[in-house]
Design a protein around this ligand. Structure first.
Ligand code: 26Y
Length: 818
């Protein structure tokens, strides 16, 4: 690794301030200083970036293209610095320039090009790919506005635009030389080519120019810099006189508008399909651009397109980029003259699909009318894929007509993207053991029975470099002092901490670091929420997207219940608790927004009730995002992972908490199951229905929340408080919808997510939490063991599995020569 030279680096920062802003250090503001530092860092990594790509070309490596509508990368600067192992040199340089690295890092807006789990997973995967030395491109969209900024006003969520590019992005490089054209609409005509063959050509279409911007993904201490390539759209050419002459003025305007709108904004829906036309345009836009470029790049160095799968593999991050399948077929057949069978052979050897959810409302299905109008050629190809797939189903199940109904790609007037991905992909994976089992035996049962060899599990992981080394520097240093720094690139080593779990001095040190991190978070909360919280209280944290299945409602109802108990019995034994929430709700998800309001309203009442002596505090952290997540995970005692069993495919926040020494309070859902396997049930708090029980109730309809309401006075009291104005200044209607959802279900099933059913079990688990926390040594031991046993949950492990079992990639070593 090239060493970072402090003196040179300082000079670069000063030079950039001059060149970019015509300012000296003393005149520049913090944002300008950030920009200058970022450019100086970019300067340093660009040699590695070039060397990496030179090496890839020389060795003609196989490359994975990770196609994703979302990359929730967060801030880049701090992460790049730690991956360069340049923390100290750069910190010193910056200090000598009279600046503070934390302040500089704080100037960078989060790149929030994602909603939640799926987008953040993609970002962790890129970090691991680079650190492990695997050739990879991330392919996505350069949204002008990322995930909205959440502002809480009066307890309600408001959405503000996230203008993350306002000051420009110092890390990106625009690559107009790689621009490609992407076509929409029109019709498909059959024309003769120069050899007299029939050709399918799209005519009378509208098109845009896709322009890539490259972002560096820096590996840890290994010279490897992969590329996250995000596409922007520009008009194909500005109004030319031709168009006016031909009377195509209207079309020219429409094309301009198309280019302007496509990359405008990230859809803020998590696990919910809205079916918007513009979203399908976004999907085809970035897929077509990425696949065209991948094919061109391959053909620059090879001559037989029939072998592209030997050098290229496309991983589809959920169904969102599934048009990849048809786009690749189109290019192979229409542009490279392959036959259907040849093209299908290549396509089915190069596409693999990851499923991230079983929530039915998240499954992508597009109306035929919309799909065929927008993507006429792609639609034709999918029709033919479907025709052949249906024949295959019928051949496999000649006596069972229901199989076609359940498995066809086109059915009921819709294109079913998951079915397409499964039919065409060579691999279908779930993201945690339990999730994959549910896919195989419930949701995708028919597909599994027909094509069992495609199905496999890849349990998710997270990068310890961002979520421990960067986010929790005190703990990171302590760990390194104890066991050395191998854990940074091989998290299995963190298990060596286990021997310290019973050592009282180590326990004290560990909990002392936790305390300091709680003080840091308390300060953040004071600054951002104006709420005073006691760092000696239990920090009980639930941060994730707001969704009914994630059951933030269970958490806050339990807080209401505890408060009632405390009011009835002020002298009761009660360990002070700070309940911390952070969550964005999709802008149109009314019930989710109402739950945010409830959390804030309950907080208002409880936090201002002097009679309980601050024993309970409720904090809603505004605008939860990657940058404040790092601070939150480091400070948590209790990790709330309380989804209805079977609903959370994996979860990844659960892993970040564990890594930072929080104890899981959770259901046996998603990766919680594997967390408990690793750390032991005695070091977690498990409660609630199992996934089998939930699924059984869903089938037999035997659950009636009214029975619980009628028989349990405490629960009845809490529910009544939703509609008697206790938390809404006398407004009985404010939380009526939440109340109804639990007891009436309005058309749907009442209490679909089994909140009342799991309530007692949850409350009892919470009592165990309190009892455990009171035993300081025991808690410290458990907390340390959580960190020590988190080795499995590194995204490095996950990526090794993908690389070996799905992608078949080789690792590359990169040398930088000056
Ligand atoms: C618009 C619609 C089609 C849609 C948009 C976003 C559908 C789904 C999503 C996002 C899904 C998602 O984030 N799923 C989460 O993926 C994580 C990474 O695998 C899992 O840990 C988590 O359990 C799952 O909910």
């Amino acid at each position: 690794m090239k060493e970072l030279n402090k003196v040179e680096f300082k000079k670069e920062v000063e030079d950039y301030l001059k060149v970019l802003f015509r300012k000296s250090i003393n005149e520049a503001d913090d944002q300008q200083k950030f920009q200058a530092v970022a450019y100086a860092v970019k300067d340093f990594i660009v040699d590695q970036w070039m060397a990496t790509h030179r090496t890839y070309e020389e060795q003609d490596v196989k490359t994975v293209y990770y196609l994703s509508m979302e990359f929730l990368t967060g801030r880049a600067l701090g992460n790049i610095i730690i991956n360069l192992k340049g923390n100290q040199a750069i910190k010193d340089a910056i200090e000598e320039l009279g600046m503070d690295l934390d302040v500089i890092e704080d100037q960078e807006p989060d790149a929030a090009l994602g909603n939640g789990g799926l987008g953040r997973l993609a970002a962790c995967f890129l970090d691991s790919l680079s650190t492990l030395g695997y050739p990879a491109y991330g392919c996505g969209i350069r949204y002008k506005y990322g995930m909205f900024k959440q502002v809480i006003e009066n307890g309600y969520q408001l959405e503000k635009p996230d203008d993350w590019l306002k000051y420009g992005n110092p890390f990106e490089i625009k690559r107009p030389e790689y621009a490609v054209e992407v076509k929409f609409g029109g019709y498909v005509a059959i024309r003769k080519d120069e050899c007299g063959r029939d050709k399918f050509v799209q005519e009378n279409y509208q098109s845009v120019r896709a322009i890539p911007y490259d972002l560096p993904i820096v590996g840890y201490n290994n010279n490897v810099v992969n590329t996250l390539r995000i596409w922007d759209a520009e008009p194909i050419d500005t109004f030319n006189l031709d168009s006016f002459d031909k009377g195509d003025y209207q079309k020219a305007v429409e094309q301009e508008n198309l280019a302007r709108t496509i990359c405008e904004v990230l859809y803020p829906n998590d696990n919910h399909m809205a079916g918007k036309e513009l979203r399908l345009k976004q999907q085809y836009f970035f897929v077509s651009a990425s696949i065209q470029r991948a094919v061109m790049k391959y053909m620059e160095k090879h001559d037989d397109i029939r072998k592209i799968h030997e050098k290229v593999v496309f991983q589809l991050n959920d169904t969102h980029p599934t048009v990849t399948v048809a786009e690749l077929m189109r290019i192979l057949m229409d542009e490279y003259n392959l036959s259907w069978d040849e093209a299908w052979d290549v396509t089915t050897k190069s596409c693999a699909y990851t499923n991230h959810t079983i929530m039915s409302e998240a499954l992508e299905k597009w109306p035929l009318e919309l799909f065929s109008r927008l993507l006429p050629r792609i639609y034709q190809i999918i029709e033919e894929i479907n025709r052949r797939f249906v024949l295959q189903i019928q051949a496999a199940y000649p006596d069972d007509n229901s199989k076609v109904e359940k498995m066809a790609i086109i059915y009921d007037g819709q294109v079913k993207m998951a079915h397409l991905a499964i039919a065409a992909g060579f691999s279908v994976n779930g993201v945690a053991k339990l999730h994959t089992e549910i896919l195989k035996h419930q949701e995708l049962k028919d597909f599994y029975e027909m094509m069992p060899e495609k199905f496999n599990n890849k349990t998710n992981g997270i990068t310890q470099r961002r979520f421990l080394l960067h986010g929790n520097p005190l703990l990171a240093q302590w760990i390194t002092d104890k066991i050395g720094d191998d854990w940074i690139t091989n998290l299995k080593h963190i298990n060596e901490l286990s021997v310290y779990a019973d050592d009282e001095l180590s326990q004290k040190e560990f909990m002392n670091i936790k305390y300091k991190n709680k003080v840091r978070l308390a300060k953040y909360i004071k600054e951002h929420n104006g709420i005073e919280v006691d760092p000696r209280s239990i920090f009980d944290v639930q941060v994730k997207r707001l969704h009914e299945y994630k059951r933030q409602l269970l958490n806050i109802l339990h807080v209401m219940y505890l408060y009632n108990k405390l009011k009835q019995n002020p002298g009761m034994d009660f360990y002070p608790r700070t309940f911390i929430f952070g969550a964005k709700a999709s802008a149109g998800y009314m019930r989710a927004k109402s739950i945010i309001k409830l959390i804030n309203s309950v907080g208002d009442v409880i936090n201002n009730d002097a009679s309980i002596n601050g024993k309970i505090k409720v904090v809603f952290i505004e605008n939860y995002r990657v940058s404040n997540a790092e601070i939150i995970f480091a400070a948590a005692d209790v990790s709330e992972q309380i989804s209805t069993a079977s609903k959370e495919a994996s979860g990844t926040g659960n892993m970040k908490f564990m890594l930072n020494g929080a104890l899981t309070l959770g259901t046996m859902d998603g990766a919680n199951v594997e967390i408990v396997d690793e750390v032991g049930e005695e070091n977690a708090f498990i409660f609630g229905l199992s996934s089998d029980e939930v699924i059984a109730y869903e089938h037999n309809g035997q659950y009636n929340p009214r029975d619980i309401y009628n028989s349990d006075a405490d629960i009845r009291a809490v529910l009544t408080q939703l509609v008697d104005g206790t938390y809404s200044q006398g407004n009985f209607e404010e939380f009526r919808d939440i109340y109804n959802s639990l007891l009436d279900g309005q058309g749907g099933r009442p209490d679909m997510y089994f909140i009342l059913k799991d309530f007692r079990s949850y409350a009892e688990a919470q009592e165990r939490v309190e009892a455990a926390y009171k035993d300081e040594k025991k808690w410290a031991r458990s907390a340390m063991l959580n960190t020590a046993k988190s080795g499995k949950f590194s995204s490095d492990r996950t990526i090794e599995e993908y690389a070996k079992e799905i992608w078949h990639l080789d690792k590359v070593k990169v040398e930088v020569t000056d």
